[in-house]
Design a protein around this ligand. Structure first.
Ligand SMILES: [Mg+2]
Length: 103
């Protein structure tokens, strides 16, 4: 079920209002990140290491999909993929702006 909370707020100048599916997936990503808050922040990882982890997570997602894993497992693995892609994007943003990755 897609949580559409907060999505009925009006669009403000320049602010992106994510569609319901993106908002829902971002919440899944945040839940996975929160479970791993005890680990080091991605700002201390290299983009190459993060890319390897992304590839590992894609393999986990592939296995979950291909073996017919429960939806919760597929969603969790998809969120892992999204998070490692986000971390790589955060590094890229930091390197282009000179600012450190967001913490
Ligand atoms: Mg995983």
């Amino acid at each position: 079920m897609i949580d559409t909370g907060d999505l009925d707020r009006p669009r403000r100048g320049g602010e992106v209002m994510p569609r319901a599916e993106v908002h829902w997936f971002a919440e899944r990503m945040e839940a996975e990140l929160a479970e791993n808050d005890h680990k080091r922040h991605w700002s201390s990882c290299t983009p190459g290491w993060l890319l390897k982890r992304l590839e590992d997570e894609v393999a986990e997602l592939r296995r979950a999909v291909e073996t017919g894993a429960p939806a919760a497992r597929v969603i969790s693995e998809a969120a892992d993929v999204g998070n490692f892609a986000m971390m790589i994007a955060d590094h890229a943003c930091a390197s282009s702006t000179g600012d450190p990755p967001m913490t």
